[in-house]
Design a protein around this ligand. Sequence first.
Ligand SMILES: Cc1ncc(COP(=O)(O)O)c(C=O)c1O
Length: 392
Amino acid sequence: MSVINLAPELNNLKTTSLYRELVSITPIGPTRGYLNGREVTLFCTNNYLGLTHHPQVSEASIKATERYGTGAGASRLISGHSHLYEELEAALARHKGTEKALVFSSGYAANIGVISALMGRDDLVFCDRLAHASLIDACIMSRAKLCRFGHNDVNSLGDLLHAQKTKGQRLIVTEGVFSMDGDIAPLRQLADISSQHGCLLLVDDAHGTGVMGEKGQGAAAYLGVSKGIDIHVGTLSKAIAAVGGFVAGSSDLISYLINKARPFIYTTALPPGVVAAATAALKLIETEPSLLEGLRANVRYMRGTLTSAGFDLMGSETPIIPILVGEAKKAVAISRSLLEKAGIYLPAIRPPTVPAGQARLRLTVSAAHQQAELENAAGSLIELGKKEGIID
Ligand SMILES: Cc1ncc(COP(=O)(O)O)c(C=O)c1O
């Protein structure tokens, strides 16, 4: 048997502060957990509304598990489909204002499924340079030619659309709210350019769903451009507090995906408890305005305090507040001190997740954070930012 020597690359990752390790956290609430026996506040989750611990969501999950079992037992096209899915998919389609929606086992699988089902060798995909890894992987797997345009740069996209011709299809891909930067895509301009050039437009709004817009319908609704988007992708794992992903669009699109999307066809359906939890969470998002109001008040406080202190928050407009540090080593040092001195868990985000030289602390705010937790985090960040020379 031949042996692969993995040690040099592992050592390389360690010496460049890019080595990743799993950290075990026992959750004790939406924003708190035990880490090495110590209670810490989490400022890094995508649990934007804190619904993972909402009694109505837990109850829906427990009841469905007791009634229907812990697992679905088969794929959707065999016997894993149920009324629970029908209810959730109808609610998602209503939420996004589309004819239909289809649930996948994750957001990652939804992106791979939809892009590789629709695009092939003769096609072109135009993808924002900062789009999530799952979108890039999906483009690569589809075998279409991948053209990356400048981040949120409609002119750069326009130049590419003029330069790159094909007899096949053309798809424009972006995020709604960008996962690492917290800024919002110029969806109106993207919808216009997409229709001018006869392209399809896909928006992955994993981080805008449940967060942006009057009832959390997402970035497209917030910008009043939902109808200009051909394919909406979202996840059930962030504000919706469960796990799974979805595609929303026309009836034909959904029927096509049921027949062609391999990550939909060749995998076991999500457990009943997960599907029921997602439906309950979505209902709360739509009917309890205090959730979104609480989130927005917390975001206003945190963004205002950090901006006044002089941090570069990279144009964030959402609960994702990236604090630009630059060097990976410095970002790791600040993250460690936050944990040791203030009990705040906020891991550093380093390349390759973000571009080289743009290591950052990706702080996320939840509706479930208490004012004292926000003050502790802001105060500690300001103290450490000054110590490390990030702010004056
Ligand atoms: C923009 C974006 N798309 C897709 C995903 C994948 O979603 P999931 O975690 O449900 O697989 C994520 C998050 O992880 C994301 O940030």
